[in-house]
Design a protein around this ligand. Sequence first.
Ligand SMILES: [Cu+2]
Length: 127
Amino acid sequence: MRNLLSAVFIASATLAGCESAPSPSAIRPVSSAKAPVAQEPSRVEVGEMGFQPSHVAIGANRQVVFRRTAQNTCATAIAFPSLGIQKSLPLNTDVVVDLPSTVRGEIGFQCGMGMYRGAAIALERTQ
Ligand SMILES: [Cu+2]
């Protein structure tokens, strides 16, 4: 009888211990790691025929990714003359251009020598 009582006592103490000591992860609110989804940067491929697409809309993140995929193109650099931005375009490498958050409307870009031209169209910020 004494053994049974002590067994019950131990069992209930163990249960109480479990209930009174929740792990920190159990009370932490579920994190919304997926939300909100960051906007994908707009992409422009730089090939033998120039920019594809030549006109690209950019969103709130104000980013354009250029990727040169052709060896034989004079567009080995990307320039945004009105913003004083110029970056070289290594072959098959993503080059991210961050435009100022203040830009609005159509912002022209071109290859290093100005033969190929295009434009990024900055949409109004949604927030
Ligand atoms: Cu060129």
